[in-house]
Design a protein around this ligand. Structure first.
Ligand SMILES: NC(=O)c1ccc[n+]([C@@H]2O[C@H](COP(=O)([O-])OP(=O)(O)OC[C@H]3O[C@@H](n4cnc5c(N)ncnc54)[C@H](O)[C@@H]3O)[C@@H](O)[C@H]2O)c1
Length: 342
C-alpha cells in the first residue's frame, strides 16, 4: 500500500488520522477528499509535507470525481460525514445525503476498481445501554458493553444514517466481495474538534467567559477515547484487519457528562460547580460502552492515552494555544444553541 484516500481528512478525526499517518508512515501518500463544510478546516492540515499530503476539495457524493480519484489509489479510509447529533435533529437531510448517498458513491467506486475500503463508524449505531446505577448489582446486563454482535438500534437521524451506511458496506462485502472492514468507535476527544461538540464547547466557554452548559442532569455516560488512539486502531485494522470484519474501538474511558464538565472546570482553575443546566437533548442516549477485546486480541492494538485527566489537560492547552482556530465561530455556535434553550 503506497497511496490512500482519506475522506473527511480536514475534519476532527480525519485530520488527526492524516497527522498520524504522516508521523508514523512517511512512505504513504495521502489524498484528502473533503468538501470543507462548516466542520472542515484547511488549517487542520497546515504544516504537513505537500509531497505527502494533497487536499482535493470535493463531495464524496460526486460520482465522477470519486471514480477518478479511487482508480488512482490503493485504499480508501472513509471518515467524511455529517457528524453532529444536534444538527441532525434540526435538519436531517444533509445526514442522509452525505452519510448514506456519499458512502454508497464511495463503495460503488471501490467495488468497480477493486480497491480496499475502510469504513469509519460510531458506537451510536447500537443505541444506548442502561446506566450502571440502574442495573441490578448482580445478574443480567451488569457490566454490559457493545460488541460487534450487539443489534443495531440507532436513536437519532445522525446515528441512523451511520447505521444505514454500515449496512450498505456489509451488504457490498457479501453481495459484491467488496474488500472492506468497518470500525465502530466511541466518543473521541483531542485537538481540532469542532467547538460545537461537548468537550471543546465547554473549554472554549471557559476561555470566552461564558458559563459552561450541561445537558439535563449530566448523567449520560460516554466512553471517551483520545483521537490518536482511534487513529492507531484504524491503521491496525486497515493493515491487519480481516476483510468483512467489524472491530469496535474503545479505551475503557466511561465518564458521565457531569464528571467531565466538573473536571474541565477544575483543570481550568474554576469552581467545580460554575456551570448551568440546560435543556436535555431530545432522545439523548444514556450510556455507551465499548468492548474492544476483539481488536486487542486479534490485532494486538492497545490505547496509549489511558489517563483521561492528562489527555484533557493537553486538550485544554491546545484550545488555549490555538484561539485563532476557533474564536471567529464561537458567537454563532452559542447563539444557535441559545435558540434551542441549550
Ligand atoms: N466525533 C466522534 O466522537 C466520533 C466517534 C466515532 C466515530 N466518528 C465518525 O468519525 C468520522 C469523523 O467524525 P468527526 O467528528 O471528525 O467529524 P467532523 O464533523 O469533525 O468532520 C467531518 C469532515 O467531513 C467533511 N465532509 C462532510 N460532508 C462531506 C461530503 N459530502 N463530502 C466530503 N467531505 C465531507 C467535513 O468537511 C469535515 O471535514 C465520522 O464518520 C463519524 O461518524 C466520530
Amino acid at each position: 500500500m503506497k497511496k490512500i484516500i482519506v475522506t473527511g481528512g480536514a475534519g476532527f478525526i480525519g485530520s488527526n488520522f492524516v497527522h498520524y499517518v504522516v508521523n508514523n508512515h512517511p512512505e504513504i501518500h495521502v489524498t484528502v477528499l473533503d468538501k470543507l463544510t462548516y466542520a472542515g478546516n484547511k488549517e487542520n492540515l497546515v504544516g504537513l509535507p505537500s509531497n505527502q499530503v494533497k487536499l482535493v476539495v470535493g463531495d464524496i457524493a460526486d460520482a465522477e470525481l470519486v471514480d477518478k480519484l479511487v482508480q488512482e489509489t490503493d485504499a480508501v479510509v472513509h471518515y467524511a460525514a455529517e457528524s453532529h447529533n444536534d444538527n441532525s435533529l434540526n435538519d436531517p437531510f444533509p445526514f442522509v445525503q452525505t452519510n448514506i448517498i456519499g458512502t454508497y458513491t464511495l463503495i460503488e467506486a471501490c467495488r468497480k476498481h477493486n480497491i480496499r475500503y475502510h469504513h469509519v463508524s460510531t458506537d451510536e449505531v447500537y443505541g444506548d445501554l442502561p446506566l450502571r446505577e440502574d442495573l441490578p448489582e448482580y445478574g443480567e446486563g451488569v457490566g454490559e458493553k457493545f460488541t460487534a454482535e450487539t443489534p443495531y438500534n440507532p436513536s437519532s437521524p445522525y446515528s441512523s444514517t451511520k447505521a444505514g451506511s454500515d449496512l450498505l458496506v456489509k451488504a457490498w462485502v457479501r453481495s459484491f466481495g467488496l474488500k472492506a472492514t468497518i470500525s465502530n468507535c466511541s466518543n473521541n476527544y483531542g485537538p481540532y474538534q469542532h467547538i460545537e461538540k461537548f468537550i471543546p464547547r465547554q473549554i472554549t466557554n471557559v476561555l470566552s467567559g461564558i458559563t459552561p452548559k450541561l445537558y439535563g442532569e449530566g448523567k449520560n455516560v460516554r466512553d471517551w477515547i483520545h483521537t490518536n488512539d482511534h487513529s492507531s486502531a484504524v491503521w491496525a485494522i486497515l493493515t491487519k484487519g480481516r476483510i468483512g470484519e467489524t472491530y469496535l474501538i474503545g479505551a475503557d474511558g466511561e465518564e458521565d457528562n457531569k464528571t467531565v464538565i466538573e473536571l474541565i472546570l477544575e483543570l481550568m482553575g474554576q469552581s467545580k460547580d460554575a456551570y448551568e443546566h440546560v435543556q436535555d437533548r431530545s432522545g439523548h442516549d444514556l450510556r455507551y460502552a465499548i468492548d474492544s477485546t476483539k481488536l486487542r486480541e486479534e490485532l494486538g492494538w492497545e490505547p496509549e492515552f489511558t489517563d483521561f485527566r492528562s489527555g484533557l489537560v493537553d486538550t485544554i492547552q491546545w484550545y488555549t494555544d490555538n484561539q485563532e482556530w476557533w474564536k471567529s465561530e464561537k458567537e454563532l455556535i452559542e447563539s444557535n444553541y441559545a435558540k434551542q434553550g441549550q
